[in-house]
Write a protein that binds this ligand. Structure first.
Ligand code: CUA
Length: 477
């Protein structure tokens, strides 16, 4: 190994000679003086030329101007050690400085710290500053305790306020399904943790703003604080445990809400721009209102005939997408008789906000009565049936019956009329044309209108239902 290269900065020749002699007397130090310079400029040049491992600066020498030297010296990137050496008043002092552990702005702090050190000390500057901030002893400890108690109080008050908000049911609507139980429990746990975290951050910030304001005339930077392994370990481990616990509670909750009942009542839910249709295959009922028997699990099979919609009844706490071309399942067990609102929870076009449906939870007996009433109300009159299909299949969203122009042509006076098509030809709106418009809407588009027919509407309507709709259209004159 090569001996360590030492550069000495002092305008007093004796200083350099003394150091040289000292090093020679201690061969085990394995150091060799490679340069002796007497000004900052020379020192900076020598740093590049000689590439020393250690720089010894005469701290008592005003000509060297140690502040200026250090200010320039720390700007460089290379790691290097500097010893500031003072030989005043018999006793000698030395301070070892590692470049790259201090910022230029911290030098003043560090230099003033040195004058407090009595004997020869070999300390890293951050240790010295740490020592400084610990000075003051018992008084400091008491005031630290006071601040800690103050912070704990403010955090506790803020946490309590958050939990109070939750417990007073300001945040959530009433719960009306068996599945809402575990979901609300999970929400409660998470909300309390979040309330505490919010209080912790806001509380400490608030306390600092109030009690640690900069006083008049205070210009210097705050104390230099270096990392604490204990603190870092704690703030990594605690969140890790929290997140893993939450994921475990979350999966148990998910399993709870998906628990199957083989005797569940099946209902097909069809979303379309912008209405909902509910088909009860077992009962043979189609409705625009979702009627459910209380305390019985229903298996909703959700689908859409156009774009993505989402089934959401806030009181049930559950939400599931209704996708075109596929079916999604959702199990709900309503446990409270009452009226609720189903809302579409997926942006699905201009009238998304109005895509609601009435949800009624009734007793078992009332449900049976509703089924038989609905079945017997299917009219013998094709016109009335047609009018029912017109709303149940959502035709009303795009075709008015009062002449208003919506997405599609109005049904008022449409039957028997001559319609001008997009390709320039004309066609008489008769049974055949209307059938075709539903079965193959893209074939003959009326001029001035987009082809906005739901792609799967043809599968939803039978020939008989289309015939009923045509009978209904005939009456709109
Ligand atoms: Cu359907 Cu939003």
């Amino acid at each position: 190994m090569q001996p360590k290269k030492v550069l000495i900065v002092s305008s007093h020749p004796l200083f350099g000679k003394g150091i040289q002699k000292l090093l020679q007397a201690r061969p085990d130090a394995d150091a060799q003086v490679v340069g002796l310079v007497s000004s900052v400029e020379e020192a900076m040049v020598s740093l590049d030329l000689l590439n020393p491992d250690l720089v010894i600066v005469d701290y008592d020498d005003d000509a060297v101007n140690r502040d200026e030297f250090l200010a320039r010296f720390v700007e460089s990137e290379k790691r290097l050690r500097v010893v500031l050496l003072s030989l005043k008043e018999g006793g000698s002092e030395a301070i070892v400085y590692d470049r790259r552990t201090l910022a230029a702005s911290q030098i003043d702090n560090w230099l003033s710290g040195w004058t407090d050190i009595e004997k020869i000390t070999y300390k890293r500057p951050d240790e010295i500053i740490g020592k400084e901030s610990q000075m003051g002893g018992r008084n400091n400890r008491r005031s630290n305790m006071k601040h800690a108690v103050g912070t704990v109080i403010i955090v506790a008050i803020l946490t309590a306020a958050g939990v109070l908000l939750l417990n007073n049911n300001i945040l959530l609507p009433a719960s009306a399904s068996v599945q809402a139980g575990p979901i609300d429990r999970l929400f409660g746990i998470e909300f309390k943790i979040i309330a505490f975290l919010f209080a912790l951050i806001m509380g400490i910030m608030l306390y600092s703003i109030l009690f640690f304001r900069r006083k008049k005339g205070e210009e210097e930077d705050g104390a230099y604080v270096k990392g604490s392994s204990r603190l870092e370990f704690t703030w990594t481990l605690l969140p890790l445990i929290t997140v893993i616990s939450l994921s475990m509670i979350g999966s148990v909750t998910l399993a709870d809400t998906m628990r199957m009942d083989p005797k569940a009542l099946e209902i097909k839910v069809v979303g379309q721009q912008w209405s909902w249709r509910f088909e009860y295959p077992e009962q043979g009922v189609i409705s625009n209102e979702l009627v459910l028997p209380v305390n019985k699990q229903v298996l909703l099979r959700l689908t859409s005939i156009d774009v993505i919609h989402a089934f959401w009844v806030p009181e049930f706490r559950l939400k599931q997408d209704a996708l075109p071309g596929t079916e999604r399942e959702l199990r709900v067990t309503p446990n409270k008789v009452g009226s609720y609102t189903l809302m579409c929870a997926e942006m699905c076009g201009t009238k998304h906000a109005y895509m609601n449906a009435k949800v009624t939870v009734v007793s078992e007996a009332d449900f049976d009565k509703w089924v038989s009433d609905t079945l017997s109300s299917v009219s013998d009159d094709p016109v009335i049936r047609g009018q029912t299909w017109y709303t149940q299949f959502g035709c009303n969203a795009c075709h008015s019956i009062d002449g208003t122009k919506l997405v599609g042509p109005t049904f008022l006076g449409l039957y028997g009329k001559e319609a001008k098509l997009a390709d320039g030809t004309t066609v008489v709106v008769d049974d055949e044309y209307i059938h075709l418009s539903i079965r193959k809407p893209a074939d003959q588009i009326v001029a001035g209108y987009p082809n906005a027919m739901p792609p799967n509407i043809s599968d939803a309507l039978s020939d008989e239902q289309i015939a009923d709709i045509i009978e209904f259209m005939k009456t709109l004159k």
